[in-house]
Design a protein around this ligand. Sequence first.
Ligand code: FDA
Length: 304
Amino acid sequence: MEMVMRNLFQSLAKSRAANKMAKRYGLRFGAGRFVAGETIQRAIEAVRELNREGKVVTLDHLGEFVFTEEEANESADMCLKTLDAINEAGVSSNLSLKMTSLGLDISRELCVRNMRRILDRAKAYGNFVRIDMEDFAHCQISFDILRELRQEYDNVGIVVQAYLYRTMQDIDDLKELRLNLRLVKGAYKESPEVAYPEKKDVDANFRAIIKRHLLNGCYAAIATHDESVIADMKAFIKEQGISNDQFEFQMLFGICVDLQNRLVEEGYRVRVYVPYGIDWFGYFMRRLAERPANVWFVLKNMFK
Ligand code: FDA
C-alpha cells in the first residue's frame, strides 16, 4: 500500500494538469505546513522568524514545468528578486534553485546564461547559490554545467543523492573542486538500473558518502531528518576531530522542527530549506511521497 501511495504522489508531482489545477486553489490541503507562502513577503517573514530561532535558511522560489525561453527567463528573474529581497531585508539566507526552471530542458546555453545572471547578482551580495539535484536524466548535465560555472564562480554548490550508484564516484571526482555539497538520500522515482531500490542500501550509502566527503576535507551540508544518521554523523565528526565550521545540518521547512531546535541548542549550524511561490504542488507531492503518513494530515486539513 505504501509503495502504491509513493508511486501515486511521485507521478502527481510530475503532472502538469494537476499542478495547473492546484494553482487555482492557492495554498490548500495543508500545503502551508511545507511551503512558507505564495509571495516573497511571506517568505522573508518566515526567514526572519527562523533566524530569530537561531537557524539560517536557504530560500527556494518554486517553479516547475518551464517550456519556453520566456518562462525560463521569468523564473530566473524571480531568483534575482529573491536575492534582492534577502539583501534588502538583511536576513541570513542563501538561494536554492532547480536548473530545469531556468531552461535546462530547452537549451544548455539558456540555462547557463540564466545561471550566470543569478550568480553575478549573488556574488555582488556576497551570497551563495545551491543547485538542487533533480531526476537522474538531469544528473550528468547538472555536474557538467557546475564544472563550467566553477571556473568563474566560487559561490555555487550542488546536491548529491545517496540512492544513485554513481554518487560515491562523483564525490571523489568532485574532490578537486573543494565543493560545498549538500548530501541527501534522493527524492525522485528512479530505476533500479541507476539507483538502490532498497532503503537500507540508500541509508548505508548515505552514511558512507557523507563520511567520504568530510574526510576529503570539504564542506558538507548534511540534509536529512533521519535521527539515527544525524546521531552517527555527530559521533563520527567528534571522533575525527572535524570542526563545526566544516558542516551544517539541513532540514525542510515544517519537518521535524523539534529536532531542528535541539540541534541549534546543541550548538550546531542548522539551515532550513524554505520553499515559496505559487508552483507549490510538485514540491508538496514529493513530500507526501516521502512519508505517506502525511496524507492523514492532508485529509484532516481538507475537512477543516
Ligand atoms: P527518511 O526518508 O528516512 O526519513 C527519516 C525520518 O524523517 C522519517 O521517519 C520522518 O520522521 C521524517 N521525515 C522524512 N521526510 C518527511 C516528510 N516529508 N514529512 C514528515 N516527516 C518526514 N532530494 C533530491 O533528490 N534533490 C535535492 O536537491 C534535495 N534537496 C533537499 C534539501 C534538504 C534541505 C532536505 C532536508 C532534503 C532534500 N531532498 C532533496 C530530499 C531528500 O532526498 C529526501 O527525500 C528527504 O530528505 C527525506 O529523507 P530523509 O533523509 O529525511 O530520511
